[in-house]
Design a protein around this ligand. Structure first.
Ligand code: GDP
Ligand code: MG
Length: 347
C-alpha cells in the first residue's frame, strides 16, 4: 500500500487490519523507513503484529522485507500481511511486486498495488513533472493498480469527481476507490479486493532513476527520540509548538510529512503536520501527559538535513522548557535518502 508521504497509508492500514482482526482473521503489518525510531511502528504495534524494515526502503532491502514476512509467518501465521513502503518510494511494481511474484510464487500471493492519493493534495501541480516531487508523485499514480483517493471525509461534495478525472488522465486503467479511513466510507471495497483472489499483474512503468534519486535527495529526513519528565502538561500544546516553528521556517508545500508521537505514564498522543495542516491521528487517555514521557519525531521536509536537525532540536528543547519538562536522554539522526539502488528490478 504505497502513496506519497502523509497520504494516509498508516491510518488506512490500521483501519483495514483492525477490521479484519475483528472478523477473526490473522493479519500482520510491515512498516518501512530510511531511518529507525518509527512513529508508524509504535502506532500500529499497540494492537497489531508489526515487523519493520529500517535503514532503507523495501526495494533496496528486499531480502530484509522477505525475512520480516517469514518471521511474521512463523510467529503469528497471518493470512494477510500489509506492507507500507516509504512514502517517497516508487517503481514498486518492478522492485518489490515482481520480485516477490517471480522468486516466491509458492510462498506469497501479492494483491494489486494500491497507491493512496490525498484528496486535499490532488491538484494539477502536485503531479507536474516540472518539479521533482511532481515527478515522483506522478510515477506513483502511473504504476498503481488501484488508486485510493484517501481522506474523502475532508472533501466537499462535488470535489471528488474532478480528482477522479485528474488521476484517470495519468492512469487510464487503474481501479479507483475514494474512501475515508477515519469515517469508514468505501473502506469495505478495499477489504473485498484484498480478500478476493485478485492478484497483482506484472507490469511496470518506465522511470528515470537519476530524476527519482534527485527527487528523494531533495528531502531532509529527521528522526529523534526525546525522553523527558515533569508535572502535567498539554501534549497538543507541546507538539503544536514544534509544528508552528516548522511552519514558520518552511514553505507549506515543502513540509511533506512530520509525525510526532508522545507516550507518557498516563496518555499517548499522535499528531501529524502534512503541508500546512495539523491533525490528531490518535489519542489514548487524555491530551494531558504526566510523569515520564517519550516523544518520537519523524520529519520529512524539503530541506538541507543539517538545518532541519537544528530547527527540530531547538524547537523541541525550548517547547519542553516552556512547559516545565526536564529533558532526559535523547538521540536523533538526520540525512537525505541516498540514491535508490534496488536489490532486484524486474520489468
Ligand atoms: N480526515 C482524515 N484524516 C486522515 C485520514 N487518513 C489519514 N488522515 C490523517 O492524515 C495524516 C497522515 O496520515 P498517515 O496515515 O500517517 O499517512 P502516511 O504517511 O501515508 O502513513 C494523519 O494525521 C492522519 O490522521 C482520513 O481518512 N481522514
Ligand atoms: Mg506512514
Amino acid at each position: 500500500m504505497g502513496g506519497f508521504l502523509g497520504a494516509g497509508k498508516t491510518t488506512m492500514i490500521s483501519r483495514l487490519a483492525n477490521q479484519l482482526v475483528e472478523e477473526g482473521r490473522r493479519v500482520a503489518v510491515i512498516t518501512n523507513d530510511q531511518g529507525d525510531a518509527l512513529v508508524d511502528s509504535g502506532y500500529l504495534s499497540r494492537n497489531l503484529n508489526v515487523g519493520e524494515v529500517t535503514g532503507g526502503c523495501f526495494c533496496c532491502n528486499f531480502d530484509d522485507l522477505i525475512r520480516n514476512a517469514d518471521q511474521l509467518l512463523s510467529e503469528y501465521q497471518p493470512e494477510i500481511i500489509f506492507a507500507e513502503p516509504v512514502g517517497s518510494c516508487t517503481d514498486l511494481m518492478a522492485t518489490v511486486v515482481a520480485p516477490i511474484r517471480y522468486i516466491y510464487p509458492q510462498r506469497f500471493s501479492v494483491a494489486p498495488l494500491m497507491v493512496l492519493v490525498d484528496v486535499e493534495r490532488a491538484t494539477n501541480s502536485a503531479f507536474n513533472r516540472g518539479s521533482l516531487m511532481g515527478y515522483l508523485r506522478k510515477h506513483q499514480v502511473e504504476e498503481a493498480e488501484v488508486i485510493v483517493i484517501s481522506k474523502s471525509d475532508l472533501a466537499n461534495e462535488g470535489a471528488i469527481d474532478p480528482i477522479i478525472g485528474l488521476v484517470r488522465e495519468i492512469n487510464a486503467s487503474a481501479k479507483i476507490i475514494s474512501c475515508s479511513a477515519v469515517g469508514g466510507e468505501h473502506v469495505n471495497e478495499i477489504l473485498e479486493l484484498i480478500l478476493s483472489d485478485t492478484e497483482s499483474e506484472i507490469r511496470s512503468v518506465d522511470i528515470d532513476y537519476g530524476t527519482y534519486a534527485r527527487a528523494e535527495a531533495e528531502l531532509g529526513w529527521y528522526n529523534g527520540v526525546f525522553e523527558f519528565s515533569g508535572g502535567s502538561y498539554d501534549s497538543y500544546d507541546l507538539i503544536s509548538r514544534i509544528f508552528r516553528r516548522l511552519s514558520s521556517e518552511y514553505h507549506p508545500e515543502d513540509i511533506a510529512h512530520t509525525k510526532v508521537m508522545i507516550i507518557s505514564d498516563v496518555n499517548a498522543v499522535k499528531m501529524s503536520l502534512v503541508q500546512g495542516s495539523i491533525s490528531v491521528g490518535g489519542v489514548s487517555g487524555s491530551r494531558y501527559g504526566e510523569g515520564t514521557s517519550r516523544m518520537t519525531i519523524n520529519a520529512r521536509i524539503v530541506s538541507e538535513p543539517g538545518r532541519l536537525r537544528e530547527i527540530l532540536r531547538e524547537s523541541t528543547t525550548s517547547a519542553l522548557k516552556t512547559l516545565g519538562q526536564a529533558l532526559g536522554d535523547w538521540r536523533d539522526d538526520s540525512f537525505s535518502p541516498s540514491p535508490p539502488n534496488p536489490t532486484h528490478r524486474i520489468y
